[in-house]
Write a protein that binds this ligand. Structure first.
Ligand SMILES: CC[C@H](C(=O)O)C(=O)SCCNC(=O)CCNC(=O)[C@H](O)C(C)(C)COP(=O)(O)OP(=O)(O)OC[C@H]1O[C@@H](n2cnc3c(N)ncnc32)[C@H](O)[C@@H]1OP(=O)(O)O
Ligand SMILES: [Co+2]
Length: 134
């Protein structure tokens, strides 16, 4: 079912500082910040030869990552995003197998303009999983 690793996400309290760390100290190519209000985050992408790092900070007053950033003030690895051929078929199969699909279970458009879903970390080895339509 899962295919390519699309990105690894790191949640931070200060996206500007994190961008400086990646663009300056680590010499990486980092995109401009992009507010994704319906997901309650502001994101930048670090382009790597074989995948991407998504740096994200909470946006708005009900961000789903606010709790995580509070618990991890220095930042932390937040989720892994895998690509799937058919996000609806993947969702239905995962639900049938008892996995918890977060939110209302309907894919929402993510930072790449494609449908995404999230799976509860407790069902996947303690790691929050994002599925993105390939
Ligand atoms: C623009 C879209 C972009 C993209 O790539 O396209 C994005 O990726 S947007 C990313 C932001 N959106 C989301 O993360 C949506 C899905 N996430 C959620 O719904 C919540 O973050 C949730 C439910 C996973 C956790 O919410 P919250 O932290 O408020 O709940 P709890 O504190 O009750 O946590 C429950 C339990 O899970 C553990 N936890 C929380 N976050 C993570 C995590 N990122 N990785 C692993 N585990 C996590 C938390 O520690 C609690 O465990 P416990 O043992 O009970 O303490
Ligand atoms: Co993501």
């Amino acid at each position: 079912m899962i295919g390519r690793l699309n990105h690894v996400a790191i949640a931070v309290a200060d996206l500007g500082k994190a961008t400086q760390t990646y663009a300056g100290t680590l010499g990486a190519k980092v995109s401009k910040p992009h507010i994704v209000a319906e997901h309650g985050v502001t994101v930048v992408f670090v382009e790597l030869p074989n995948t991407k790092i998504e740096l994200l900070e909470p946006y708005g007053d009900s961000s789903p990552i606010a709790g995580f950033v509070e618990k991890n003030p220095a930042g932390g690895i937040h989720h892994l995003c895998y690509e799937v051929e058919d996000i609806f078929a993947a969702r239905d199969r995962l639900k049938a197998e008892g996995a918890r699909v977060l939110g209302d279970g309907e894919p929402k458009i993510g930072a790449h303009g494609k449908p995404v879903l999230f799976l509860h970390p407790k069902d996947f080895c303690g790691a929050l999983i994002e599925l993105e339509q390939a």
